[in-house]
Ligand binder design. Sequence first.
Ligand SMILES: [Cu+2]
Length: 617
Amino acid sequence: MKPSSSVWCFVPFLVGLVLVLILLPQGNQHQHHGRSNQILSQLSSKAILVEGWLRDKQSTTDAEPASSSSSSSCSTEYYYYYMSGSGNGIPLGPNLSTCHPTSSQNADTPHRSSHELNCCPALPDSREPIIKDFQLPSPSSASPVRIRRPAHRLALDKEYLTKYNKAVAIMKRLPPDHPHSWHRQSQIHCIYCNGAYNQASADGAADVPFMVHGSWLFFPFHRFYVYFHERILGKLIGDDTFALPYWNYDSPDGMPIPDIYMKGELHDEKRATRHLPPAPVAIDYTPDKLDTGYVEPPAAEQAAINLALLYQHMVSGALKPELFMGCKLRPGEDGACFGPGTVEAAPHNSVHLWVGNTDLPEYEDMGTIYAAARDPVFYAHHTNIDRLWALWRRLHGYRGARPEFDDPQWLDSHFYFYDENADLVRVGVRDAIDMDRLGYAYEEVDLPWLDARPKPSVAPELARSLLRAKEKDYDNMLRMATNKGPWTLEGTVRVQVARPPKSTIKAGQEELEEEVLVVEGISVEKGMHAKFDIYVNLVVDETVASPKLREYAGCFVKMKGADVAMKGGSRNMKVGISEILEDLEAGEDESIWVSLVPRGATGNATRVDGIRIEYMQ
Ligand SMILES: [Cu+2]
């Protein structure tokens, strides 16, 4: 394709841009009005967040046209133009003709048998006669907004429950090969998450799997997944206002598995019996924690742990898009990365593991990637994850940072889904960003985790002298010179990590720079799940440490079956620590102590190559 014709592609885009600029501000304000009032009152005690959110709202409104797909009919050509290039410009996407059986377990894992999976459709999707490009509804379109409500408040809404159960029942009765069937809907997760497709965009014929976990593809992929699932359910019962509920586990009342998922079509047998209601979800969960002497806290304490963890993962640990969204996956083997964002690690991974039945080989259904979407509660878990993304974008505009990447390679990455008309559509990440444009919204509820900023376990001054005393104890502590591993996490690893001098930044820009702890080269034996917690300047015993302490910086959680993603490339966990260091009064110290605390019994299968600090702009 000639570059000159690609120029013409931008003409409708520019016209659209002007139109959107004229039309959008009013429409957007109108849509936001009730909700913004609500969130403003929730945040009233947090002047800085409010101020920030308003600025964020302003800047995203200004930036909106960039996510419009008004390039319409030209977008296919535009895409091929990219494809014909090489190097950095190539966006990521799956090659539909490569769907192949994959495996969920590894044969070398002695106590688990290898499990071949074939999640591909009987007829390859690449044989579809027409693949459409997804079109965002125009901002002026009159279609109703679908309102997703908290699932725990729906137990008495008979009319809604009848509809939802009926839609799922119809889905379950469709022939298994129908793209709208329950079977095929759940296989989407298996295909995209167990590596059944190869990348379309890798150079040459390299069999590089296309994966959507552990990177910046995680949020946009799952947004589209539940988006189409919801529209299909609505179509099956002839209701274009139908919306999925969300599992509001970020609020104490909503923490148990919602009752509506305990009966009828929404029930699933394959769940951990000890976690059925009224047990509150444990967002810091790992399956074999109890085998290692851990005692489950009472419900109120668990709820407090959950909120404190959410504060860290949503607010202070994730001030930059890369920290929240995950690592920047690039095409080809060289571009491989596995680095989940804070919320993908927990609550996403941990809640999956908490629901799954640990008596089954792979903790089916929710605890393993290939089977997770067979459990109806999967969709309520993922609407909540999607909601947390939307909340995060609002909260973090205030430091002047863009609330998402503007990297074209991310924006042009794409996936394929069957829409409610059973047409195969190609959807790009750029169309996932603005939830309002997609025509659904979340009913607002209180956000108690915003107020759950933890306190240091001991007074910072005392902590300082305790740490100094420990530094003299050469036997118990690894020294600065050894902050390079590899270490096997059989027990806690404590490392003194030097803080490099800050990069030169313009005056007034200091607060834009985030200090980031990088746990490098994480590897987990195939077929195993894993979890470790990351603490900074921890002075209390790690067996009593929890996310309720300010020293908690984050965690790494790997689900079962996420092995394909663990191949090659960089495997890092990054968490922001500027606010923690401020609260621990360690902001001026030359080095900090980092503890990696394995949780559960798989520490001896987990290896880490090193720890370092970087500054993120
Ligand atoms: Cu998931």
